[in-house]
Design a protein around this ligand. Structure first.
Ligand SMILES: Cc1cc2nc3c(=O)[nH]c(=O)nc-3n(C[C@H](O)[C@H](O)[C@H](O)COP(=O)(O)OP(=O)(O)OC[C@H]3O[C@@H](n4cnc5c(N)ncnc54)[C@H](O)[C@@H]3O)c2cc1C
Length: 576
């Protein structure tokens, strides 16, 4: 039995490949597979052929009320709610796969259902008392209540700990005042998970359940957005809203942890959505390439078009491997997969961005026309790299968690670390005398091997093992080079994060291809092995390049140019 508190990536950074976490590749259970098939069939017969309506709603910037009612009837708000409360009780794997399916039709529809289940009411499932669940879950399952997650404020985006919304204790009650911006579903929701400052001995932030019927709750006009235009995004205000202790979600003072846990668990929804959009983009681009003729040939006969399509397939397969792995970790009861979940979000959303960009390129001018879906997918998915934690902040989280682990492990420096990196999102403070102590290979790094992969994948496994050693010496070199300034060295931190992202993705693809070979045999898995070969080659080259940049980089010049641009407020050269 594997220790369910172990994290694959955190262990990897300490020099251990915990194969039991990685193998076997997670599978949807037979029961759930049947359920999903039926669900996808009914989603298909409901949404297929409605492209014109989606485009119309995108232009109008709103889903009509009648369509929201259809969503409720179709059970789109009950995906993750247990059957005992009238929901479908999908596992994380099945939920992620279902959001994927919705995204193949329309991003705004998927985000409306996804924001409700992934983040809006997720806190109630994770932290709610029995009484709270009893009170709200069945209404949330039918969509009688739609849920929204209220964290962001005008002065607190990435720095979520800096929120100003306050809940002040008055006797046994709390009085909530503040304004949340850009809240998905905020205008159509009746149930809000709200984060407020409750400065007190227990901690600084608390999560509350707030319902629209309470005096003082209001929402603003619909925001006019670049993408996901038909999804509802508004300001939600709380003006002296009186709450009782029954509205507290989780423990008083532990709101930051509640928020991070919700976002963490919800990430496979966004990952699933990204894969759905990727599959749609690949389908559109392949169909176009197959039928569009130029220079007397189908454009699919040209190498440059093949290059795009081939890379799209590799990125989609790898994203699917990563997101499925993370959903599987959640379903198998692993407790610590925050780094892996962050990686899955960054990886899948960036693969999608490249995929839709190349897909649109394959379509040429048609791709730019609103008559076709490419531009809408592109607009819709741009936000994926921004919300639910920007990819930049998540990269810092991924890398700083690893460095904190290594630092903590090295007992001699542990004391000087303090709590600075315990919650990397919260405090990018100063990392005391970290590297002054000459961090070495005391972690046992360099001994990691992978034995459970199929033997035919030997070469790719060697790439993984080799890159694992590079990861170890990267962390070591970084700490030696920058010492206490490491936290401020974001160029280097980003490179470490990118190595970790690549390594986790490669590990997941190896696991996925192993499962395929074991199930279908070598011959039937040949194409998947090709994907792995390409991906391992890419990872190897990227890791090498990131590694070499520790010493050979132009970071200082780039910083100098950036600061100059900021000071001059723009570009200062012209040809005339
Ligand atoms: C369509 C849409 C829907 C949304 N839905 C919701 C919702 O339902 N609920 C909710 O609470 N919020 C929601 N948000 C808000 C979203 O989560 C925030 O936009 C996001 O967290 C980023 O915050 P910000 O926009 O204030 O950017 P900032 O935090 O101001 O960041 C600006 C840039 O600086 C970078 N940056 C910031 N700090 C650092 C650092 N320390 N180091 C390096 N780079 C840094 C960021 O990565 C980013 O590139 C939504 C936003 C949009 C646009």
């Amino acid at each position: 039995m594997t220790d369910k508190n172990l994290s694959f990536m955190r262990s990897l950074c300490m020099g251990n490949i915990v194969e039991e976490i990685l193998f076997p590749f997670p599978k949807v259970s037979d029961n759930e597979r049947e359920l999903l098939k039926t669900t996808f069939d009914s989603i298909g017969s409901w949404l297929k052929g409605r492209e014109t309506e989606f485009r119309k709603w995108d232009k109008a910037g709103e889903l009509p009320k009648e369509f929201l009612d259809e969503m409720k009837q179709m059970g789109l708000f009950g995906f993750v709610i247990p059957e005992s409360f009238g929901g479908v009780g999908l596992s994380s794997t099945a939920y992620s796969r279902t959001i994927q399916e919705l995204c193949q039709y329309d991003g705004s529809v998927a985000i409306t259902a996804g924001a409700h289940s992934s983040i809006g009411m997720r806190g109630l499932l994770l932290f709610g008392t029995e009484a709270q669940k009893e009170k709200y879950l069945s209404k949330l399952a039918t969509g009688e209540m739609i849920a929204a997650f209220c964290l962001t404020e005008s002065t607190a985006g990435s720095d979520a700990a800096g929120i100003k919304t306050k809940a002040i204790k008055e006797g046994e009650d709390w009085v909530l005042t503040g304004e949340k911006i850009w809240i998905t579903n905020g205008g159509i929701a009746d149930f809000f998970t709200v984060f407020a400052k409750t400065d007190g001995p227990e901690g600084q932030m608390t999560a509350f359940i707030v319902t629209r019927d309470l005096p003082g709750v209001s929402s603003g006009p619909h925001e006019d957005k670049m993408g996901l235009r038909a999804s509802n995004t508004v300001t939600v205000s709380f003006d002296n809203v009186r709450l009782t202790k029954d509205h507290v979600l989780g423990e008083v003072g532990k709101g930051f942890k509640v928020a991070m846990k919700i976002l963490n668990v919800g990430r496979t929804g966004l990952g699933g959505g990204s894969i759905g959009a990727m599959k749609k983009s690949i389908r559109l681009a392949s169909q176009h390439a197959k039928t569009r003729q130029q220079f007397g040939k189908n454009i699919s006969d040209f190498g440059l078009i093949q290059q795009k399509l081939g890379h799209m397939v590799v990125e989609c397969y790898a994203s699917e491997a990563v997101v499925s792995m993370v959903a599987g970790l959640s379903d198998r009861g692993y407790q610590d997969y925050a780094v892996e979940a962050a990686i899955s979000k960054v990886f899948a959303t960036e693969c999608l961005w490249r995929t839709i960009d190349e897909s649109l390129q394959v379509a040429g001018g048609s791709g730019y026309m609103s008559e076709y879906p490419y531009e809408r997918i592109m607009r819709d998915c741009r936000i994926n790299r921004i919300f639910e934690g920007t990819n930049d902040i998540l990269r810092l989280f991924i890398a700083l968690t690893a460095m904190n682990d290594v630092g903590t492990h090295l007992k001699e420096v542990a004391q000087s670390l303090g709590s600075v990196l315990q919650e990397p999102i919260k405090g990018f403070g100063v990392l005391s005398e970290y590297a002054r102590k000459r961090v070495t290979y005391a972690t046992g790094i360099g001994k990691a091997t992978m034995t459970k992969a199929h033997p035919s994948l030997k070469e790719q496994v060697e790439v993984f093992e080799d890159c694992t050693k590079k990861l170890a010496s990267f962390v070591d070199k970084l700490l030696r080079k920058y010492g206490k300034n490491i936290v401020g060295k974001q160029f280097a931190t980003r490179r470490l994060a990118d190595i970790m992202i690549d390594l986790f993705a490669l590990a997941c693809v190896i696991s996925r291809v192993t499962a395929s070979i074991e199930e279908k045999g070598l011959e039937a898995s040949k194409k998947e092995h090709e994907i792995l070969q390409v991906f391992a080659g890419q990872v190897s080259r990227r890791v090498k390049s990131n590694f070499n940049k520790i010493d050979d980089n132009d970071d200082e010049q780039i910083i100098s140019l950036a600061l100059d641009a900021v000071e001059k407020e723009g570009y200062q050269w012209d040809t005339i």
